[in-house]
Ligand binder design. Sequence first.
Ligand SMILES: [Zn+2]
Length: 388
Amino acid sequence: MQYDLSFAPYNPFEGNLRIVNVRIQGVSVLQPRTPPLMTAFPMQPDRTAELARLLDQRILVLDGAMGTMIQGYRLGEADYRGACLADHSHDVKGDNDLLSLTRPDVVRAIHDAYLEAGADIIETNTFTATSIAQADYRLESRVRDINVAAARIARECADAWSAKTPAKPRFVAGALGPTNRTASISPDVNDPGARNVRFDELVASYGEAIEGLAEGGVDLFLVETIFDTLNGKAALFALETFFDRIGRRFPVIVSGTITDASGRTLSGQTTEAFWNSVQHVRPLAVGINCSLGAALMRPYIEEMARVADTYVSCYPNAGLPNPMAETGYDEKPAETARLIEDFARNGFVNLVGGCCGTTPAHIRAIAEAVKALPPRRIPASETVAEAA
Ligand SMILES: [Zn+2]
């Protein structure tokens, strides 16, 4: 047996000795690790411990929908284009993530409204800011800029509110949405094996968004609205790869979506199966968002609270979609807040907020409803194992 041990130069993240290669009988069994990337940009410090301490003290509040609020501005093609895309070849109206570049005032005003309503954590306006999703608008080349800009706007807003209310620090979550292509479901009913995106394409696309969000100054990442777990795993793998490269971690929240009353994700998983698929990344929190609205979500958030040995998040839509309603949803703030208060009273949740159709009025009502209620206690791993 032949050991070929070499040591890398001093690295502040890993100590001063690092085995980079081991050969056994001439065969290399440990590949040299890629040295951590010394990023050209500063990043937020690790706020995991601070977030965990706050989550132990009280139920934290996430913001509400961005899309619903943007709709209220009735923006036209010229607003979406701004000066920088005046000559762009394709229409971009409806590309809400682009507004971080072309109408930052709108994005800033919405963040401020949610922070004013009581949100502890705001999400960057980046739900579709990946090269895969932006391909619809032929804006793949602007993805990095969109993510950096979105994170910077949210950072400035959160810092301004942290300064105003020092006892209530605010955080920015870099939002990573599901994209418009699914890695494990065929787009063609006649060909179940067909796919329009590959896992490694998703990883590369998420990787680009992640770097932009980190550069713009997010505190944590939120992999959300996961209806195909394989897409979610691509985002999580891209995050793990990024953490390896920079030699540190960020807190991660993983949030799935139940797509119908059978209680499964679109790719067919129950709540417990979904948790089992993502728990290896040790998320700060795991939960459910979007989809059915709080009333129909109850059994699944209860199940997540029972099986997950980490914090649990929940941010439902404002009820079921109603095409006749102005925002597409008609559940009133008091009703959403009442349903979420019930989750809190039953010890299901640590982090709550709103998804599609929710407004600052919903977030204010939710924050008010949970402020005096204790957060869910994380069950000890053994208890979870026995219950399962
Ligand atoms: Zn939603």
